[in-house]
Design a protein. Structure first.
Length: 117
């Protein structure tokens, strides 16, 4: 009896504007960058924050998401906080940045800089 493996769903969903922003970042990336990495360092009043930085090497437990404009790595230690989230890029007259709809977040600080799970 053969077993058929179904495709694993993406740990993180990206909007079209997030894809476009990653492509823009990679177009201006340092020569040694292999992608951008999303992590959730301890920061802010609620405990965790979202951070996106260039990355020069993939770590063994990082989740790799290939996008049309480049590779997004998700920190292996952060992935459990982000499963099922949607990553978007939003620009308006006052601010521009990645915005996350995270079903795992139980609360956020008033300024929106950090969250708790």
């Amino acid at each position: 009896m053969a077993t058929t493996l179904r495709a694993r769903p993406a740990a993180l969903n990206l909007t079209e504007t997030a894809h476009a922003r990653i492509a823009d970042l990679m177009a201006r990336a340092p020569a040694d960058a292999i992608g951008v990495k999303l992590s959730t360092p301890k920061r802010g009043c609620s405990g965790l924050a979202y951070s996106v930085d260039y990355v020069t090497e993939a770590k063994p437990f990082d989740e790799r998401i290939d996008t049309p404009g480049g590779t997004l790595f998700v920190d292996g230690g952060s992935i459990l906080y982000l499963i099922g989230s949607t990553m978007d890029w939003v620009e308006d007259d006052f601010t521009a940045g990645f915005v996350f709809q995270n079903p795992n977040a139980k609360g956020a600080c008033g300024c929106g800089e950090s969250f708790t799970v």
